[in-house]
Design a protein around this ligand. Structure first.
Ligand code: ARG
Length: 457
């Protein structure tokens, strides 16, 4: 049991208490961030003359050696240490002796762990952003290839109006644009350095907090030492952003599951991203998409857990805050895994274009356009709505689409119909005519694609 305290205790910590209190099991993930932070702190202590240059150099060399040894596996992070901070300090002292005991001058584990978490989360924001961007590139590729791939658009999961696959993919592209901008906001807001806040009330050493902030790529130091050591807003905000990303993935997953169902048949999932059944030989199941949908709950759970953990904590640091780690680590792993898996699955989807177009044809998705045809010929919209309603009823009875009726059948319902109706309500016309910004016509989606290309550069 190697711990950084003990002087004022008469008895050894109970072994089980030690283990209950320890965080090394999970905070070892912060090892490189901890070393990075200590590096900056030591440099600053040296520059300020709080330690000598020689001591500083010894510390820096020692930290580098620890980093290398952890990397190559010759130094193992074991539960002999209470937490990652103790691990680094104990090993530093073993390695370089007394100079190592000076690293913690003007520092507390409270500002240290606040810093480590910030460095870690900041990095993971960037990694998540990279993955989102990669996914957008895949969506853009699908868009470009499917400007004229017709499919039904749905409301209430009922066929509504015709759209294209490009239009549908663009909807998800937009969600990812928002996800990325959310991450950017969080990164900007959190990017102030807590190091130098000490345990809660700063320190009497002449620390240069501007310098450590700069060395660690922060926009500046935080302005209140108590808030600095007890702020986990950025963890909550990141969990929130991750939850929203999962919500988007889950909706997309749900759609691919529906599209892949025997009844829809819009897509076929690649064999590599599907699984079989142990009993039913015919099955090819969309497990990847289902897992993405399912894992969403667990990321939401971590957000709720963190909000709850933080809600009753008086200023400043309290040990409750050690609970910030496992949840956010798991959320990060989950989201990154889901993003990687799901984007590859989407990248390999085979779209059954004929099935999609037929589905749009057979679902009266051109009914609004048929009503608009009547309106253009002087029928008030409300009357046109009623006429087309009766027409749809007739079609259902005959098992035909509107454009499969002959002109005499159409005229029986309204004599306004003429030969040009067929052209007017073809899938192509219905889509091409939708020319407002954000609508599915290939012209408009073409413009959106150009905007996306510039955005991804
Ligand atoms: N393992 C602790 C955490 O994650 C480090 C900070 C400990 N500070 C303290 N005063 N006990 O929060």
């Amino acid at each position: 049991m190697a711990q950084l305290w003990g002087g004022r205790f008469k008895e050894e910590t109970d072994r089980n208490v030690y283990l209950f209190n320890a965080s090394i099991d999970f905070d070892k993930r912060l090892i490189y961030k901890d070393i990075e932070g200590s590096f900056a702190h030591a440099k600053m202590l040296g520059k300020q003359g709080i330690i000598t240059e020689e001591e500083m150099n010894k510390i820096l060399t020692g930290l580098t050696t620890i980093k290398e040894k952890v990397e190559d596996g010759s130094l193992l992070i074991t539960d002999e240490y209470e937490d990652v901070h103790s691990f680094v300090e104990a090993n530093l002292i073993t390695m370089i002796g007394d100079a190592g005991k000076k690293l913690h001058t003007g520092r507390s584990r409270n500002d240290q762990v606040a810093l480590d978490m910030k460095l870690y989360v900041r990095d993971e924001i960037d990694r998540t952003d990279d993955l989102l961007k990669e996914f957008q590139t895949i969506l853009l590729r699908i868009m470009k290839e499917n400007l004229g791939t017709y499919m039904p658009g749905f409301t209430h999961l009922q066929k509504a109006q015709p759209i294209t696959l490009a239009h549908h993919m663009s909807a998800y592209f937009e969600m990812l644009v928002r996800d990325r901008s959310r991450l950017k906001d969080i990164r900007k807001r959190m990017n102030l350095c807590p190091l130098g806040s000490g345990a809660l009330a700063g320190t009497t050493y002449p620390l240069d907090r501007e310098l450590t902030a700069k060395l660690l790529d922060f926009d500046g130091p935080t302005l209140n030492s108590m808030d600095s050591v007890s702020d986990r807003d950025y963890v909550i905000e990141f969990l929130d952003a991750l939850s929203i990303i999962m919500m988007h993935l889950s909706r997309f997953a749900e759609e691919t599951i529906i599209w892949n169902s025997n009844e829809y048949g819009f897509v076929e999932m690649d064999d590599a991203y599907s699984t079989g059944s142990s009993i039913m030989p015919q099955k090819k199941n969309p497990d990847i998409a289902e897992l993405v949908r399912g894992k969403t709950g667990r990321v939401y759970g971590h957000l709720m857990a963190m909000l709850t953990t933080m809600k009753g904590i008086p200023l400043a640091y309290n040990k409750d805050m050690q609970e910030d780690k496992e949840g956010v680590f798991d959320a990060i792993d989950t989201v990154k895994d889901c993003l990687k898996m799901f984007m590859q699955m989407v990248d390999t989807l085979k779209f059954n274009k004929e099935v999609m177009a037929r589905s749009a044809m057979r679902g009266f998705t051109n009914a609004t356009d048929a009503a608009d045809y009547l309106v253009k010929h002087g029928v008030p919209f409300r009357d046109a709505h009623g006429i087309i309603g009766r027409l749809v009823l007739y079609c259902i009875d005959k098992g035909k689409a509107i454009d499969e009726l002959d002109l005499s059948e159409l005229k029986n319902i309204s004599d306004v119909f003429e030969d040009d109706i067929y052209e007017e309500i073809s899938l192509k016309t219905c889509v091409d005519k939708r020319l407002t910004i954000g609508a599915p016509s290939p012209d408009k989606i073409g413009e959106v694609i150009k905007i996306y290309e510039a955005y991804l550069k």
